[in-house]
Design a protein around this ligand. Structure first.
Ligand code: GLU
Length: 415
């Protein structure tokens, strides 16, 4: 039978995207890693530092729990908001983080298809046309798009590049208007690896509380921190009334493909997000939820594996940072967590969108895939991920530094 329509790349007569997505740009983080995979499949020996996903296998014990659940009949729809077992496990973890004798209930948790959907649910439920949402910048590419999909306006608050792009209450206040309704926090930060201290987080949360802003705190990298533990907003927020914490299993347990994220929020916000999800994706995968329960509940066996993974990330981080340090003119953020190093492109200050130009050079001439900083709203910069084996990290960062030096000295010879 002939196909019902032409190939995906051929234009459809009369098609123009709806107003909902007219301004939407495809996720650059995903596009880079898909392009790297395609080039590899076509025979190019690409070193992929684009991917934002752990290269480890999901621990065996978690996989076995999923198989057992599947064989025991966990193959049907689950409640929209997630299985009680998983919500209870998340609530228990959140209660422990919160401390101060407060109990967080399963009715304050919605399980979603990855924390990206959790953040989408929160933004869509809380923000709308005319609202402004403050985003410490650089930040993960999808925050800006998700806020815009909710028809609100993302407001970039550029951090201090000499302090790991940290943002503080004064910077946030300088961007606030009468329309500000939310603040999107993330620590450890994707793409910089910056980890906010408890005091820094508390100061921003206090400001938000004074102004009545909603805070969405994306804590997906919380377990991956090297210098000091990364704090949860649950630990430091004075009030939880306007706090939505998003987390999931993807990064800590190397479970990206299982697609399980969640929010912890006040019951009425939780109900609103669940109602929204009941019309979009409904309950997350039954088998994946069973696996996530094992990840959280079998902590005695799983946590040492997480710690070992973080130690391995740290070895790679140290190796990458040592190579970046070998070129004193090369500015980079000394990554304290997550699995990224953010560095300034050689053309910064001379050419527009220097990060994209350098990323293209790295891919075309040096077979190294990285994500241009324009995706994170800082176009002079470039993100590299060290979620790949040590040898690849060393080889690829060696090429990055050599290419950087070559471009930098050429530019300076010409001036
Ligand atoms: N969060 C990861 C990244 O920044 C995974 C890809 C994505 O969802 O953006 O690369």
């Amino acid at each position: 039978m002939p196909p019902a329509s032409g190939p995906a790349s051929s234009p459809v007569a009369g098609f123009s995207p709806s107003a909902n997505i007219a301004q939407l740009r495809e996720s650059a983080t995903i596009a880079v890693s898909q392009r790297a995979k395609a080039l590899r499949a076509a025979g190019r020996a690409i070193l992929d530092l684009g991917a934002g996903e752990p290269d480890f296998d999901t621990p065996e014990l978690i996989r076995a729990s999923a198989t057992a659940a599947m064989n025991a009949g966990a193959t049907r729809y689950t409640p929209t908001e997630g299985t009680l077992a998983l919500r209870a496990a998340v609530a228990k973890q959140a209660t422990a983080l919160r401390g101060r004798g407060e109990t967080i209930g399963a009715n304050e948790v919605v399980v979603s298809n990855g924390s990206k959907q959790s953040i989408f649910n929160a933004c869509f439920a809380l923000f709308g046309a005319g609202d402004e949402v403050l985003i410490p910048t650089p930040a993960w590419t999808s925050y800006y798009e998700i806020v815009a999909l909710a028809r609100a306006t993302p407001v970039s608050v550029l951090g201090d590049e000499h302090r790991g792009f940290r943002v503080d209450p004064e910077m946030l206040a300088a961007h606030a208007t009468s329309r500000t309704r939310g603040l999107l926090l993330n620590s450890p930060v994707n793409p910089t690896g910056t980890v906010y201290t408890q005091d820094e987080l508390r100061a921003m949360l206090d400001l938000a509380e004074r102004h009545g802003w909603w805070v969405i705190s994306d804590e997906i990298y919380r377990r991956i921190a090297y210098e000091h533990p990364a704090s949860s907003a649950l630990e430091v927020a004075g009030s939880r009334a306007r706090l939505i914490v998003a987390d999931g299993v993807a990064k800590a347990y190397a479970m990206t493909g299982w697609r399980i994220g969640w929010t912890v929020a006040a019951p009425d916000v939780t109900r609103a997000m669940a109602a929204l999800q009941s019309h979009t994706t409904f309950g997350a995968s039954s088998v994946s939820q069973a696996a996530a329960v094992a990840a959280l509940e079998k902590a005695a066996a799983v946590d040492p594996l997480v710690d070992a993974m973080v130690r391995e990330f740290r070895v790679r981080r140290d190796a990458a940072v040592a190579l970046f340090r070998s070129e004193p003119a090369l500015q980079f953020v000394p990554a304290e967590g997550a699995f990224y190093v953010y560095f300034k492109a050689p053309g910064a200050g001379r050419i527009a969108d220097a990060g994209t130009a350098f990323a293209a050079t790295l891919l075309e001439q040096h077979d190294v895939a990285v994500v241009p900083g324009v995706a994170f709203n800082t176009s002079d910069w470039v993100r590299m991920s060290y979620a790949t084996d040590l040898k690849t990290v060393e080889t690829a960062v060696g090429r990055i530094v050599a290419a950087w030096r070559a471009e930098h000295s050429m530019a300076h010879a010409n001036t």
